[in-house]
Design a protein around this ligand. Sequence first.
Ligand code: KIV
Ligand code: ZN
Length: 514
Amino acid sequence: MADKLIVFDTTLRDGEQSPGASMTKEEKIRIARQLERLKVDVIEAGFAASSNGDFDAIKAIAGLIKDSTVCSLARANDRDIGRAAEALKDANSSRIHTFIATSPLHMEKKLRMTPEQVLEQAKLAVRFARQFTDNIEFSPEDGSRSDMDFLCRVLETVINEGATTINVTDTVGYGVPELYGQLIRTLRERVPNSDKAVWSVHCHNDLGMAVANSLAGVKIGGARQVECTINGLGERAGNTSLEEIVMAVKTRRDYFGLDLGIDTTQIVPASKLVSQITGFVVQPNKAVVGANAFAHASGIHQDGVLKARDTYEIMRAEDVGWSTNKIVLGKLSGRNAFKQRLQELGIALDSEGEVNSAFARFKELADQKAEIFDEDILAIVSNEAQTGSGEHFEFVSLSQHSETGERPHARVVFQAAGSEQTGEADGNGPVDATFNAIEGQVKSGAELVLYSVNAITTGTQSQGEVTVRLSKAGRIVNGVGTDPDIVAASAKAYLSALNKLYSKAEKLNPQLTP
Ligand code: KIV
Ligand code: ZN
């Protein structure tokens, strides 16, 4: 029987440490529920001692989650560990994750402690945590830059005190796969009681190698737990991305020889939920969960894929939760259909009152928009929405009028092959009116398959960056437009996408060239 790889998700803790990604208790609960549907083994729900809000969120998650182990981070001191234990009290299965830095740099500059003091504190912390649970994880922070002999002493000590998982951190994303893999292997060989603990990898993506390092820790080092986040969310360049690890281990089972408990069909819903809640948009070419990850199914590789799926496809879109049925509800959909869709999306609203008010918001939106997608429903509940220039077509100017209770109207002036054109139209909203105004002149017949708008910087004066994806005859193009006025940015993005759609400069893919 193959070994199992434990998936430890830290979206709600390390992911949340990413500036701007902080979540409310309700948002954390929604994500935790989705993580449980995804069947992650361990959910690190937060850092109980960091705030009352985080404590409450961990406590609520511990009380609700039944199938995954719920974990709280705690620095290596009694107060933090006590708070973690208190927050986790109601959990079916819980874990305390305590840590202290072990690298010379961190010990001297950050902790201002000697190595002996750090060793003693690590020992006492695990001993204290042992009073509350026998499921204890210990992390030597900045582990990959720590002295090997010292690290071995610390890890042997904490295992003797009862630590059951040893998480070797690459806190600053400094590792390279082979060396990181060897680090884990050496530690496992040199720490005399290493067989009494599960070895875990925890990597950051500063050099873009978090996933590669984690996989090397598993393959070369023999680690059997991977710490990761949905969409690779996390500080700086992020953490190891759960979806990449899971699909690498599953797709290359021939190489890794490991089993996973994950329900991969829940990956994309989890990715969308995290993106929508945090406002961290997933890049289109992101492996597994990026909007382009399976675009060959309707793009240039279509012919090959239709003839034999595995010519260009190593994973199936449906296996990671990409659904083809995008329109889910409409104006006539009733409360039951709405409620059922909420459940299918893993959104469990606490009271009927909450369902009623979400349903009222759904009805308002359905009056503005004929087709309601899963993403709209997620935005309704999280009260957030997500968010693309050219040569042949060039944006000149835009005037647009919208007023509550009236259909918005837009007038767009643009250049088409050097001659000025003006389009005017109404629409469901200012952006719809703007696109209709352009389309009324250009008549491309393209289908708008994605529209997104992002604020480039913070604050209300920020420029909006709009991405528009158009599809026509199996060809999919992206256009990007930026402007402080997001409706003008939308017009630029639409014209940019049209330029690409009309461009003859499509490159031949050498793999498809006979
Ligand atoms: O990156 C890191 O070192 C951490 C520890 C706190 C586990 O996140
Ligand atoms: Zn980390």
